[in-house]
Design a protein around this ligand. Structure first.
Ligand code: DAH
Length: 358
């Protein structure tokens, strides 16, 4: 027969010595679990004679009740202590200073790209895209750059390693004009698109970075002429700079993919160290443009006797610098949060033509 007093003492000591809820639980299983010591005693009562049971029953039940309540009491105490320790450890010091406001913002290039897209969208232009890595056909050949023509060199092209099988050298696109080609080859005219995106040239100084952004425009329709080009671009430039109109001139130029070609300048005054548009005797170059060359239309499977169009391209970063007074192009891509905090825009002020652009 088990010495009940010794068993009780052992259990009460074990409960007293437990320092965690898990240790108390281990004692409970050893005493009152399926194969526990007290459970064994309770089961043994079934085999007792009625007299024995009458005598032993209250003793064993009393032992069970005392051990059960000792366990419950110890557990409650330990749980309270554990909660206290946790509250202490996870205490929030409300006197600590708050975190500084995040300095993120919308980059001026992206802001200006959104402004341009909003203005052209209102004039019925869709947005088209093309890959940053281009092939010679889309970047040069289809745009009427003759093979070995010096114009190819003027683009300071980044070439990729030649393909081991074909020897073909892909390029980082030097302008967004290849998107014209991709659009004309995949869509039926009439076409009215703008193609904003990254462009790349081996060039670096205060006004050039190896990666920069351009936006390309293309309109193809029947009987499209220079008048459409002029009105579209003058309307765009006036609205972009938030002016009632612009004093513009279209200066003859050369691009292989347009004929005639022009550069659009806006009258300006730089005499006060500040740029003022529509005044003075200087001219500010804004963009390149022209009527799409018949060879380009033919390369893209469009009949130049049926369809004509105009195209234009401009530097987005440069337009951002002009509009928002950014003096140097290089820091635009150095990812310095102080620069962004100064020149950036709120992400909540997305430009749209009805509520204002900037
Ligand atoms: N692709 C020219 C450049 O990179 C810009 C340009 C000029 C695009 C005239 C045009 C255009 O579509 O008609 O400098």
């Amino acid at each position: 027969m088990t010495d009940l007093a010794a068993l009780e003492l052992d259990l009460i000591n074990a409960i007293g010595a437990a320092t965690t809820v898990a240790e108390v639980e281990a004692v409970r299983v050893a005493a009152l679990g399926k194969t526990g010591a007290i459970s064994g005693l309770l089961k043994g009562m079934g085999a007792m004679s009625p007299d024995e049971r009458r005598e032993q029953g209250p003793v064993i039940n009393g032992l069970r009740d005392r051990v059960t309540s000792a366990i419950a009491e110890k557990k409650a105490g330990l749980e309270a202590a554990e909660l206290d320790a946790r509250l202490q450890a996870e205490r929030i010091d409300l006197s600590l200073p708050a975190r500084p406001r995040r300095k993120g913002g919308v980059h001026p290039t992206m802001q200006v790209m959104d402004e341009m897209i909003a203005l052209f969208a209102e004039m019925g232009f869709a947005v088209a895209e093309g890959p940053d890595i281009e092939d010679d056909f889309h970047n040069f050949t289809a745009l009427n750059f003759p093979p070995k023509h010096p114009a190819r060199e003027t683009h300071d092209t980044f070439f990729l390693r030649p393909d081991p099988e074909t020897g073909e050298r892909k390029v980082l696109r030097t302008h967004t004009s290849p998107v014209q080609v991709r659009t004309m080859m995949s869509q039926e005219p009439p076409i009215r698109i703008v193609a904003p995106g990254r462009t790349f040239r081996k060039d670096s100084d205060a006004t050039h970075t190896p990666m920069f952004h351009q936006i390309e425009g293309l309109v193809i329709g029947r009987d499209i002429h220079m008048g459409h080009l002029k009105t579209t671009l003058e309307t765009f430039v006036a609205r972009f700079f938030e002016l009632d109109g612009v004093d513009a001139r279209f200066r003859p130029h050369h691009f292989p993919f347009t004929e005639p070609s022009a550069e659009m300048d806006i009258r300006c005054d730089r005499s006060g160290g500040k740029l003022v548009l529509n005044e003075g005797t200087d001219w500010l170059e804004i963009l390149g443009c022209g009527m799409v060359h018949p060879n380009v239309l033919k390369s893209c499977g469009i009949d130049p006797d049926q369809w004509q169009g105009f195209a234009f391209g401009m530097g987005v970063d440069r337009m951002a610098m002009l509009k928002y007074g950014v003096p140097d192009l290089r820091p635009m891509f150095e990812a310095d949060v102080r620069w962004l905090a100064h020149y950036g825009f709120s992400a909540f002020a997305a430009p749209n033509p009805s509520s204002g652009l900037s």
